[in-house]
Design a binder for this molecule. Structure first.
Ligand SMILES: [Fe+2]
Length: 175
């Protein structure tokens, strides 16, 4: 499947894409997708709390504003990589990561298209005791479906999903 929204040279006016996201309130806009790569611009989500795990690398470029990329080491330790505006970051496959950046900041992201059976995971942890509290899964065949927003819809709509089974803390909802 090949989706080329703007197949001309230069491919994409990134300033226009950032304006579009700001004016519409949308969080992501897919720029292209072919058999191997997909690219999109993302606007920050003030509510982002989960860690995303996927089989693809991610090349992340801080287009406007900075990003604090939180990630979890194989030992479960949470670390933060600060990415100032104008910096680029190669993120290896399967790294649990949580991109924290403001709604007026923008990232340009390139990923590998998922193979059949490669399922993206979204993991939430208790804000009090760091116990694993919930997983959402999604087959990302097209980023225009905004898989991150779909995962948060399910998570926010369930008090049970957001309640820690270990300490009873309820993680924040939509507001
Ligand atoms: Fe807890």
């Amino acid at each position: 499947m090949i989706i080329l929204e703007n197949f001309k040279m230069p491919n994409v006016d990134l300033e226009a894409v950032m304006r579009y996201l700001t004016e519409t309130g949308k969080r992501t806009h897919q720029l292209w997708m072919d058999d191997e790569t997909l690219a999109f611009v993302a606007r920050g989500r003030e509510y982002r709390s989960e860690f995303h795990i996927n089989a693809s690398y991610e090349i992340q470029y801080s287009l406007k504003g900075a990003q604090d990329l939180m990630y979890r080491t194989p030992e479960g330790e949470v670390k933060v990589a600060h990415m100032p505006e104008g910096s680029v970051f190669y993120q290896p496959p399967f790294l649990p990561h949580s991109p924290r950046f403001a709604p007026d900041s923008f990232q340009f992201i390139i990923e590998r298209v998922r193979k059949p059976g490669e399922i993206d995971k979204f993991h939430w942890f208790c804000p009090n005791c760091d116990n694993f509290i919930h997983e959402e899964t999604f087959y990302v065949d097209d980023y225009r479906k905004d898989p991150v927003s779909r995962a948060y819809d399910n998570y926010f709509n369930s008090l049970e999903f957001r309640t820690c089974k270990k300490c009873g803390t309820v993680a924040p909802g939509r507001d």
